[in-house]
Structure formats: structure tokens, C-alpha cells
Design a protein around this ligand. Structure first.
Ligand SMILES: *[C@@H]1O[C@H](CO)[C@@H](O)[C@H](O)[C@H]1NC(C)=O
Length: 192
């Protein structure tokens, strides 16, 4: 028993050392580590991170990344009220579709307004690049898509973004008649 725990301790120290070397931003996700993280919160400094990326909402062609999964059967409106779209949209550093992929926007947007164009957005931004690799931010808000700037709350996050709160600002960069759109996102989050 004693021997085992020494070996285990050694083992986890080596693993921790290796993890530490491979990535200083690695965050342990087991429940004990999460609890320790919470206990340490009072001594951590809240920091602000600014993110900028482009969201590629592709609904046309042979490989769309956003598709309608539900629609009303007995009601039609100019605003598409009731249409529900599931997306796994690519996020890139620049507006071009072949610029560096920094993550994906995975979630649902749905037309929630009868009188004007307004989407309910429930999206997770899942980052795959650099310091944010493996971390995510959750957005929940209203997107009046025809407005120049759409301000939406960031309601939480994981990984380096634990306890995040913030604001995402969306601005349409380009769109085509097939319904594809590239949207510029500026995100300000405060987290620990
Ligand atoms: C992100 O993390 C994954 C899993 O840890 C790794 O396989 C991948 O190479 C990383 N990507 C970048 C761009 O750092």
C-alpha cells in the first residue's frame, strides 16, 4: 500500500512535470483540481482578455457548417420566426476563409423575433489555438442581425476562461445571397 502511493506520487509528479513543460497553460480538470482552483480564487487577480476573430457561417454548397434543424409547420413570417439552426462554424484570425483557424463556434441560433430580424444565440466558442487551446467561452444573447453592432453577453467559460463574464460584439463583414456570412467578433472578457 505504502509503496503504491509513493509510486503513484512519483508518477503523478513526473506527469505533472511533463504537462507543465509541454504547456504552462495546462489546467487540470479533475474535480479536486477544480476545487483547489476555487479555493485559490480569492488570491487570484481578475484579468481582462480581448479576442478578435471572424465567424464563418456557411449555409450553402456541399459542405455547409450551419444547417436548419427545425422550422414551424403552420406559420411563415418575413423574419423566419421559429427557424432553428445548428452550427459548427469555423473561427479564423482573418476574414478570408483560408486564414488561420483559431476555433469553432458550436451551438444553436434561432429566429426568436416576429417583428424584426432577431436571433437567439446560444453558442460555445471552442478555441484551438495558442494559449486558449482547449478553453471555451459561452455566449447567450440576442442578435439583431441587421444592426451594425450586435452586443451579446458572454455568460461563462472553461479552461483559462473559468468564471468569465464579458461582452461579444458582432459586426457583419460580408454576406452573399445564398445566406453565407462572415461576421467579425470582438470579445472582451474578464476572468481569473
Ligand atoms: C491544441 O491542443 C491539442 C490537444 O492538446 C493538440 O493536439 C493540438 O496540437 C493543439 N493545437 C495547437 C494549435 O496548439
Amino acid at each position: 500500500m505504502g509503496k503504491w502511493s509513493i509510486q503513484l506520487t512519483l508518477c503523478s509528479s513526473i506527469v505533472l512535470l511533463l504537462l507543465g513543460l509541454s504547456s504552462v497553460h495546462c489546467i487540470d480538470q479533475d474535480p479536486i483540481s477544480v476545487e483547489d482552483w476555487f479555493k485559490g480564487m480569492s488570491t487570484m487577480k481578475e484579468k481582462v482578455t480581448k479576442l478578435h476573430f471572424y465567424f464563418h457561417d456557411i449555409v450553402s454548397g456541399t459542405s455547409p457548417t450551419a444547417m436548419r434543424v427545425a422550422q414551424p409547420t403552420t406559420y411563415t413570417s418575413l423574419t423566419g420566426f421559429g427557424n432553428v439552426v445548428m452550427a459548427d462554424d469555423v473561427l479564423t484570425s482573418g476574414p478570408e476563409p483560408d486564414s488561420t483557424i483559431v476555433g469553432r463556434a458550436q451551438g444553436i441560433y434561432a429566429s426568436a423575433s416576429m417583428e424584426d430580424l432577431g436571433f437567439l444565440m446560444t453558442m460555445n466558442f471552442v478555441f484551438s489555438d495558442g494559449d486558449f487551446n482547449g478553453s471555451s467561452l459561452s455566449l447567450l444573447g440576442r442578435n439583431p442581425a441587421l444592426h451594425e453592432y450586435r452586443e451579446m453577453p458572454i455568460v461563462g467559460g472553461s479552461g483559462v476562461f473559468r468564471m468569465a463574464r464579458g461582452i461579444a460584439t458582432a459586426k457583419t463583414y460580408s454576406f452573399n445571397l445564398l445566406g453565407d456570412a462572415v461576421v467579425e467578433y470582438n470579445v472582451m472578457v474578464s476572468h481569473y
